[in-house]
Design a protein around this ligand. Structure first.
Ligand code: PEP
Ligand code: MG
Length: 563
């Protein structure tokens, strides 16, 4: 029995599986037999306990998971949820029913906000489930300790579910929910665990195949219950190839990674926090191709001062002495709203005042940031380039470059992530020192499909022909105008797609730290000709799958690398 989902973290596994129970009480709307005070007490106690438990989990974790868990504690203990629930209790309902209804209201608000906030919908669901178990006095179904390495199957995994995960015992993770940027995906990638998300029928199918073995090919997004011996042997081979890839040492010149025939391609890292810097250096990054500065200030109520910014940028770029770091100015708005930029309520924030557009109302913020970047650069040994997000018109690009120069920043460029900029790429690459393609946004805007939406995930497949052709057009414009064209969206983190991007004319890649070494392996295993042929083949494809297949035919080493 074979099922298909979305690859969230590449790898392969075969072994026993464990299905995480979804046994949570489901309250009904019957009126309570208890008093308003008694139900209120039950609810408040349950919320308090859940908050304390989440806090303890946060204390046991580090890095991204720690940050996510702290944010979850804030949601769980937000008085607005308790107040909303109190309204239902006041009208005679039980505490359990009240928490279900109150969290529904919150989920709706988050969904309407879209983007990163929409992803918090599942966190709220998990808080609700934990509170329901507390009220009912039953134990929340946790992931148990496994004696032998096991494949974990779940409806979805919340950050709290994975806080105590014994990662060395997990062969792979398969979830019915989630998307490529969900917590499951982030956690799996950071631990190098193979993972498939959005595998719709996996829970029901697992129930029908209890006790059987499961084969997971996370690179292809395929799982097979009760695999035959042929498939088991194939997966075992794949696992061996992956092991060999992880131990393969690749040579690296100061300018980048070389193809088998010596064509050098810089591979940079995407970073957003201090913790990422050492990981980026350790992964062999040639520098930073995207420093997402807004991630430093998402929780801030007030704008960071000039001095604060100088301090943090100086610290962030320091480990990259002698190399290049591209700092992106604030990409605020849409899925990353910031309290210190007063956005009017917009009907469609993703199509609203975000990225560079915020400088029309908050020019001082952009100026302060450019000054801070310039000062941090001056006091360092780092080649600092600066880039603006969400540029639509050549005039915006020209204004940004001019402003950057006023602060002494010699290399200024823009992101191309709005479809209009594809067709204006000639003019844009004439006025910029470089451009970088944001395939995450460019994909969503090209296909009019929210990049966080699981049902629309296929539109946001970075192999979509429209996106590949757009990248080619931009790269051609860059070539004509002698303007380097990088890719810093997630497309560059796909080790099979990265060589294709170079074949399409892109001159550098910037990927997430977790996949950087796989991308480097894939580039260095092929010749420049193979990359070109793969790019040409993908360009002719009519579907995303077609593009993958045609490109793979040219990239003969992918299979040997287990990619
Ligand atoms: C992109 O859109 O591809 C990109 C790199 O920017 P972000 O993901 O931060 O929107
Ligand atoms: Mg973007």
């Amino acid at each position: 029995m074979e099922l298909k989902g979305l690859s969230a973290s590449s790898g392969a596994a075969v072994g026993p599986f464990f299905l995480l129970s979804t046994n949570i009480p489901t309250p009904n709307s019957q009126m309570s037999q208890l008093s308003f005070e008694q139900e209120g007490h039950l609810l408040n106690l349950a919320i308090k306990r859940v908050g304390q438990d989440l806090e303890a989990r946060a204390a046991r974790t580090v890095g991204e998971l720690h940050d996510i868990l702290l944010a979850t504690v804030e949601i769980a203990t937000d008085p607005a949820i308790a107040e909303e629930a109190a309204g239902f209790i006041a009208s005679g309902h039980t505490a359990s029913y009240a928490i279900v209804k109150a969290t529904e209201v919150f989920q709706e608000l988050l969904r309407a906000s879209g983007g990163y906030l929409a992803e918090r919908v599942s966190d709220v669901a998990n808080i609700r489930d934990r509170v329901l178990c507390e009220i009912a006095g039953i134990t929340y179904p946790e992931i148990p300790h496994f004696d032998e390495p096991t494949i974990l199957i779940a409806q979805d995994l919340s950050p709290a579910d994975t806080s105590d995960l014994e990662t060395e015992k997990i062969l792979a993770i398969v979830t019915a929910g989630g998307g490529p940027t969900s917590h499951t995906a982030i956690i799996a990638r950071s631990h190098g665990i193979a993972a498939i998300v959005a595998c719709a029928d996996v829970v029901e199918t697992a129930k029908a195949h209890m006790g059987q073995k499961l084969a997971v090919d996370a690179t292809a997004g395929l799982i097979t219950f009760n695999p035959d011996s042929g498939l088991v042997a194939e997966i075992a081979q794949k696992i061996e190839r992956i092991k060999a890839r992880k131990s393969r040492v690749i040579t690296h010149s100061p300018d980048g990674y070389a193809t088998t025939d010596g064509f050098v391609i810089p591979i940079f890292a995407n970073i957003g926090r201090l913790e990422d810097t050492s990981a980026a250096v350790a992964a062999g990054a040639d520098g930073v191709g995207l420093l997402r500065t807004e991630l430093l200030y998402l929780e801030r109520k007030d704008a960071p001062t000039l001095q604060e910014q100088i301090a943090i940028y100086s610290e962030l770029i320091k480990p990259f002495g002698g190399r290049k770091v591209i700092i992106r100015t604030l990409d605020a708005g849409a899925d990353k709203p910031m309290a210190f930029i007063n956005f009017d309520k917009e009907p469609n924030p993703v199509l609203g005042i975000r990225g560079y557009r915020t400088s029309t109302t908050h020019e001082h913020l952009l100026r302060t940031q450019l000054e801070a970047i310039a000062q941090a650069a001056k006091n360092s040994r780092v080649e600092v380039w600066v880039m603006a997000p969400m540029i639509t018109l050549p005039s915006e690009a020209a204004d940004f470059v001019k402003m950057a120069r006023e602060y002494g920043l010699q290399k200024a460029g823009v992101m191309i992530e709005v479809p209009a900029a594809i067709f204006l790429a000639d003019e844009i690459t004439k006025v910029c020192d470089f451009v970088s393609i944001g395939t995450n946004d460019l994909g969503q805007y090209l296909h009019a499909a929210d990049r966080e939406s699981a049902p629309l995930a296929a539109f946001n497949d970075p192999w979509q022909p429209a996106l590949l052709r757009a990248i080619h057009l931009i790269a051609q414009a860059g070539k004509n105008n002698n303007c380097p064209v990088g890719v810093c969206g997630e497309a560059a983190s796909d080790a099979a797609l990265a060589p294709v991007l170079i074949g399409l004319g892109v001159t550098s890649l910037s990927c997430n730290v977790a996949t950087l070494s796989d991308v480097a392996q894939s580039i260095t295993a092929h010749s420049a000709d193979q990359l070109l042929l793969a790019g040409t083949a993908a360009l002719a494809a009519k579907t995303a799958q077609d593009a993958k297949n045609l490109a793979r035919e040219q990239l003969s080493e992918l299979r040997n690398l287990g990619l």
